[in-house]
Ligand binder design. Sequence first.
Ligand code: NAD
Length: 411
Amino acid sequence: MRASDATQMYFDRAADQLDLSADMRRLLLTAKREVQVQIPIERDSGELATFIGYRVQHNDARGPMKGGLRYHPQVDLDEVRALAALMTWKTAVVDIPYGGAKGGMAIDPAGFSQRELERLTRRFVDAIHDLFGPDVDIPAPDMGTNGDVMAWIMNQYGKYHGFSPACVTGKPVEYHGIPGREEATGRGVGSLTLKLLSRLGRRIPGTRVAIQGFGNVGSHTAKFLHDAECRIVAVSDAGGGFHRAEGFDVLELLRHAHAHGGRLAGFTGGDPLTNAELLACDCDVLVPAALGGVITAANAASIRAPIVVEGANAPTEPDADAILESRGIVVLPDILANAGGVTASWFEWVQNRQHYQWGINRVRQELDRILGEAFEQVWQLSTSRRVPLRTAAYMVGVGRVARATVLGGIA
Ligand code: NAD
C-alpha cells in the first residue's frame, strides 16, 4: 500500500465520524503545492552527481506550513506527500498555529562526506528558497538530518532574504536553536507513554519497553523512560539490535552510540536480536521510532506488547492497525505521540521571532503542558465516542483544520 493511501484511510475513518462532506474531504486531502527539484553537486571525487529534492506543502489553513526534511534512500514523492498530510493533522492535534509540510531527498547520508551533505543542502535551498520562509513553510530535522543541516539551511536562506533564523527550526543551540528542541520528540514520546500507562491503570516502574531506532527519537525516548524507572529491554537501529531482560543501562548505550557514529553495532551489554525479533519481543510497550510501515499485516499477529507508542511517523499500516485493534492492543498514534518535536519547534520559531530565549525548564514545562492537554482531549474523545485513540486524534486534528478552512473562507 502506498504511504499516502495509508494516511488517507486513517483520515477517512475520522472524516466519517465527523460527517465531513465529500467536497471538504477532497479539499483537505489535496496538497496546496508539491515541488520536485533537480540538485546537482560535485562529489568530493570530482564526479558530477544529480539528485531530486522534494517539498510538499500540504495545508496552511491554520498557519504557516511546518514539517521535517528527510534524507533517506526510500524517500519518494508519495512518502513525502503522506508525511506532509500527517504534519497538518499533527500540528492541529496539539493546537499550535501551523499547517503541514514535508521534504526530502532519496540519499543515504552515511554515503556522503559532511562537505558533500553541506553542498547538497545549500543547493536544495537555492532551488526552493522562494517557496519557504518564516511565514510560509518552516523545515525541521527528520530522519537523516540534524542541527548541522538546519544551520546550513538558515545560512543559505539568509543569503537571499537576510537574517531569518525563524525560517527553519531544530538548529544547534549555538546557532539560534533552543535548549530542549533536540530531546523534545523523545521526551514527548516518553511523557505520553507515562500518561497512557497511568490512564490504563498500569504501574510505571519496571514497565518493559522495546524501542526500534536509536537516533534522535529512539535515544531520547529511552533516556526519558529509563529516568522514569521503566526497563528498556530491547533497542535496535538499521544494523540490528540488542536485548537485555533486566533492562539496559541506557547511559552506557548512549555512550556507545556516541563513540561509534550513532550506531549500536559492537555493543556488548546485551544479546543480539534482529529488528523483526524486536517488534515481536516480550515487553509491555513497543516504540517503533525509525522507519514507517514496519508493523504490517504480516507481523501484527506476532506483536506481544499490549501497548504500541508510535515514535516514528506512519509505522503501522492500516490493515495491521485493524489486527492490533482486534487483539486489544492500544496504539498511541504518531500524530499525537511524536508531536513533541514540532511543538518545541514552535517554541524555537516564537523565540527567534522575539529575539529572546527561554530556559530549558520553561521549554520542558510548556511542552509537557501542551502535550498533556492534547492527550487528555484525545483520550476523552476516544472514550466518549468509543473509537480507537488514532481515530480520536484524527478527529481532533481534521476537525480543527476543517473549521479553520470554513472560518477563513473558501470563495
Ligand atoms: P534519526 O535519523 O535520528 O534516527 C533514525 C534511527 O532509525 C537510526 O537509529 C537508524 O539507524 C534507525 N533505522 C534506520 N533504518 C532502520 C531500519 N530499517 N530498521 C531499524 N532501524 C532503522 O531519525 P529520527 O529523527 O530519530 O526519526 C525517527 C522517526 O521519528 C522517523 O519516522 C521520523 O519521521 C520520526 N519523527 C522524528 C522527529 C524529530 O524531531 N526528529 C519528530 C517527529 C517524528
